[in-house]
Design a protein around this ligand. Sequence first.
Ligand SMILES: [Zn+2]
Length: 197
Amino acid sequence: MPSLPECRSFLSEERERELDAADDEVYAIDARRVIVYVNHAYVAFCEQNGGELGACGLGVSLIGAITAPFLKRFYGEAYDRVFRSGEPWRSRYLCHSPEETRTFDMSVEPVAVDGIVRGAIVLHHLRERGEAPLGPVEPREYRNASGFVRLCSVCRRVQPPNDPSWIWVPSLLASPAGTVSHGICESCEATYYDELP
Ligand SMILES: [Zn+2]
């Protein structure tokens, strides 16, 4: 196993200092798609959003950490393209919290050493933030008869039982608590399936 400094040798000290000071959340991955660098803003974001650094920090396999198969494929193929072509890739995603809506721009910038892509810097820029996503004010049952809450595995909208719509339920964004079954809402389906070749 190469050591961490070896794995991130594609990052110059100067670039690392620059990224350390950035307001945007940044991590870098090596050619195995393993996270080998995280900046302060990323660590702070993880902590504020209840993420475990053991699950989203250094040494974590980016693709391995994705549970939904279609997302694994979407990101797996996107990173393969970046490493193969040496071309950057940009994407946009939603990451709402119970308090506010958030849209992030993600950019993946390959870093080549001697003509070979050795790693990539992944920047997450908060593009827009808004009011909390409004769920229905009326309390209602989100669990089906078996006790499962059905969540979109991408954006975490909820599909109530016997209802085809997908809605934001702020209290369930924070901690769905208990048993969850995963699906994909129409808007995420359009984004993640249509972009696939
Ligand atoms: Zn969704």
